[in-house]
Design a protein around this ligand. Structure first.
Ligand code: PLP
Length: 406
C-alpha cells in the first residue's frame, strides 16, 4: 500500500463506516461492535485507559505496515497533513483555534513545562491548586515548593472543592490556579467558570488538566474561561499513550508562557555551508519555530497523531453531547444502585462527568468478585472503587457489575 492509498483508506474507514455513528444519533447499540474490548469483558475502567476502536486500530495497523515496508523519502507532506488535521479536530473539540494547539507528550509534562515557562517562582507569585488534582501534578508542585515556589493546596470537603476555600487561598500574588477539570479520584467536575472569574479578577490564569473529560463532555475553553489546558489521548480521546495536546490561549503564547524547550533550527551562513554568505544574517542564523509549535520539540509521535486523528473523527461523528447523554444514563444508575448495594458514593450527585466512585468496605474482596465476573473497574486510594463507562458500555455491563458485587 502506498501513502496515497493509506490516506484514502484511512478516510474511508472512519466512523462513517459505522451505521450507529450517524450524526446526531442517540442509538449507541452498534457502537459496541466498534470496540472489541466490549466482547472480552465488562470493561468499565476507561478513566485508566480507553480501548482503541476498530477504526483507530486499523489506522495504526496501516501505519505499522507503512513503517515496516515502505518508510522512506518523501514522506513529510502526507504525515504533516494528518498531524495538522488532528490539531484542527482537537481545537474544534474544545472550541479553541488551531493556532492555540501544540502537541504534547503527556499531560503532566505539559503542565510542568507551562509552569517553567511562566517563571512563577522568579516573579514571587504563588500557585493555587487542590487535592482533587492528579497526584503526579501535586507531586510536581510539592517538589517546586521545596525549591521555594509558594504553592497553596486547598483540601476538598466531602469530595468537592468549595469555591469559598479557593477564594480564601487566592490573592493578588496568585499567578496560576491549576485544577483537574474532572478529577480522576471521583469524577468531580469543577465549577470552572467561577474559578476562571476568580483567577482573572486577581490577575491570574486558569490551567485545566482535561485528560479525564476531553471527548467525554463538552468543553468550551472560551465560554469556560480556561487559559491553558492539556491532555493525553489514551483516555476519553480513545488514542494511545505518549501523545496529547496542549492549549495555550493565543495572546499568552511567547509572552506569559515562554517556551522552555528550544525548538527551531540554525543556518550556517559561511563557506563551505553556503557559497555566498548573506551579509544581512549572522554567521549562525536562528530560524525559530513560531506559533504554538514553539512548545514542541523534535518530531511528535506519528503513531499518536494517526490514532488521535482517527479517534477525533469518531468522537465528532458521535457528538460529544450524545456521548455524555449515553454515559450519563449509566453513571446515574450506578449512583442510585451502588449505595443501595452497600457502596456509598463519593461522587457528588448530578455530576456531569463519566466517572463515579464508591467507598468499598472490603476492597480486596470486591475486586476479587469483579475479576471473577470479568468486570473491570479500578480500586484506587485504598478503597475507592472508580467506575468509568464509555460509549461502548451498556446497561448489561452495569447489570454484570452490580450482580457481581451483590
Ligand atoms: C487527571 C489526570 N491527570 C494526568 C494524568 C496523567 O496523564 P499523562 O500520562 O498524560 O501525563 C492522569 C492519569 O491517569 C489523570 O487522571
Amino acid at each position: 500500500m502506498n501513502r496515497r492509498q493509506f490516506f484514502a483508506t484511512a478516510a474511508a474507514t472512519g466512523p462513517a463506516a459505522s451505521s450507529a455513528t450517524s450524526s446526531g444519533s442517540r442509538d449507541f447499540s452498534t457502537v459496541r461492535a466498534d470496540f472489541p474490548r466490549a466482547r472480552t469483558a465488562a470493561y468499565l475502567d476507561n478513566a485508566s485507559c480507553h480501548p482503541l476502536s476498530v477504526h483507530t486500530a486499523a489506522a495504526l495497523h496501516r501505519y505499522i505496515d507503512w513503517a515496516s515496508k515502505e518508510v522512506g523519502e518523501p514522506w513529510w507532506p502526507d504525515w504533516a497533513q494528518a498531524r495538522t488535521e488532528a490539531k484542527t479536530l482537537f481545537a474544534k473539540l474544545i472550541n479553541a483555534k488551531p493556532s492555540e494547539i501544540a502537541f504534547a507528550r503527556s499531560t503532566i509534562e505539559a503542565e510542568s513545562n507551562l509552569l517553567n515557562g511562566m517563571a512563577i517562582q522568579a516573579s514571587g507569585g504563588n500557585v493555587v491548586t487542590n487535592d482533587l488534582h492528579y497526584s503526579a501534578a501535586i507531586y510536581n508542585y510539592r517538589m517546586r515548593q521545596k525549591d521555594g515556589l509558594e504553592v497553596r493546596i486547598v483540601k476538598h470537603r466531602d469530595w468537592q472543592i468549595d469555591i469559598r476555600d479557593m477564594e480564601r487561598a487566592v490573592d493578588r500574588n496568585t499567578r496560576l490556579i491549576a485544577i483537574a477539570l474532572v478529577s480522576n479520584v471521583n469524577g468531580y467536575l469543577h465549577d470552572v467558570s467561577k474559578l476562571s472569574e476568580l483567577a482573572h479578577a486577581n490577575g491570574a490564569y486558569l490551567y485545566a488538566d482535561i485528560i479525564q473529560c476531553a471527548g467525554a463532555i463538552p468543553i468550551d475553553v472560551r465560554a469556560m474561561g480556561i487559559d491553558l489546558a492539556a491532555c493525553s489521548t489514551y483516555k476519553w480521546l480513545m488514542g494511545v499513550k505518549g501523545f496529547g495536546f496542549l492549549y495555550v490561549r493565543e495572546d499568552l503564547q511567547g509572552s506569559v508562557v515562554r517556551p522552555v524547550q528550544h525548538s527551531g533550527g540554525v543556518r550556517f551562513n559561511y563557506a563551505p555551508w553556503v557559497e555566498q554568505p548573506d551579509t544581512g544574517l549572522d554567521e549562525i542564523a536562528f530560524s525559530p519555530v513560531t506559533g504554538p509549535s514553539c512548545y514542541e520539540v523534535s518530531y511528535p509521535s506519528y503513531e499518536g497523531a494517526i490514532c488521535a486523528l482517527e479517534s477525533l473523527k469518531y468522537i465528532h461523528r458521535l457528538g460529544v453531547e450524545n456521548i455524555r447523554a449515553h454515559v450519563r444514563a449509566l453513571t446515574t444508575r450506578l449512583q442510585k444502585e451502588m449505595p443501595a448495594a452497600g457502596y456509598p458514593s463519593i461522587t457528588p450527585p448530578d455530576n456531569e462527568s463519566p466517572i463515579v466512585a464508591f467507598a468499598a468496605k472490603d476492597p480486596q474482596r470486591a475486586m476479587e468478585k469483579l475479576r471473577k465476573a470479568g468486570v473491570h473497574a479500578a480500586m484506587r486510594f485504598r478503597n475507592k472503587m472508580r467506575i468509568s463507562p464509555s460509549v461502548f458500555n451498556n446497561q448489561e455491563d452495569v447489570d454484570r457489575l452490580l450482580e457481581a458485587l451483590a
